[in-house]
Design a protein around this ligand. Structure first.
Ligand code: C5P
Length: 222
């Protein structure tokens, strides 16, 4: 069996990580959440009080930063300089600032290099915004997941409430739309469907449906 690469891109909160994790488990592949890498850098930069519009400062920090993604009991574990930050990087502060860090060309160049190193041997499911277009342009399977802003905000809202977190649906809608706008309009590797990616609108699909569609695409190429 060939160990292929599967690229899953799409806007914020489209369910990419949920389905990517399940597909990786089914194939016994490695799941790589590239958003977690941008989040980890953002978290560290905020802690250091760095200006997020300073590319030079951010790249200095990144060059001195180790980010490890490890399989954990509840999905992926994220280690920043050896310390677990899995939950810290999901704070609303990081979520609302990360897109400003991800606009910088040199930051992206270094992140893409690290992501490509994770994928050299294939057998990966990688999710993000530019995986099909830039990180793994030769991925055997490319998927672009879509859902309306309302649907994505509603899913995140339900998830927050289940976890006992405070949650404001209207605010979530605004934040998701704002993040998509910055990610889509940036100059370097914007959020965009690769020409050869298969678009899946998940608005009225279940997780099982979406996983099934991606597995069908994968099994055709393995
Ligand atoms: O996937 P997640 O929502 O955790 O990603 C957080 C942010 O990281 C995105 O909104 C985007 O600004 C950035 N990102 C990116 N390229 C990727 C993955 C994430 O620019 N491949």
């Amino acid at each position: 069996n060939k160990r292929i690469s599967i690229a899953i891109d799409g806007p914020a909160a489209a369910g990419k990580s949920t389905v990517a994790k399940i597909v990786a488990e089914k194939l016994t592949y490695v799941y790589i959440d590239t958003g977690a890498m941008y989040r980890a850098l953002t978290y560290k930069a905020l802690q250091k009080g760095a200006r997020l519009d300073s590319e030079a400062h951010l790249i200095d920090i990144l060059n001195d930063t180790s980010i490890e993604l490890q399989p954990g009991e509840k999905g992926q574990k994220v280690l920043l300089d050896g310390v677990e930050v899995t939950n810290d990087i999901r704070s609303s502060e990081v979520t609302n600032q990360v897109s400003y860090v991800a606009v910088h060309e040199l930051v992206r160049k270094e992140m893409v290099k690290r992501q490509q190193e994770f994928a050299v041997d294939g057998g990966v499911v990688m999710d993000g915004r530019d995986i099909g277009t830039h990180v793994l342009p030769n991925a055997e399977v490319k998927v672009f997941l879509l859902a309306s802003v309302e649907e994505r905000a509603q899913r995140r809202h339900t998830e927050n409430i289940q976890k006992g977190f405070p949650s404001d649906l209207e605010k979530l809608k605004e934040e998701i739309a704002a993040r998509d706008k910055i990610d889509s309009e940036r100059e370097v590797a914007p959020l965009k469907k690769a020409d050869d990616a298969v678009e899946i609108d998940t608005t009225s699909l279940t997780i099982v449906d979406v996983v099934g569609k991606i597995m069908d695409l994968a099994l055709e190429r393995i």
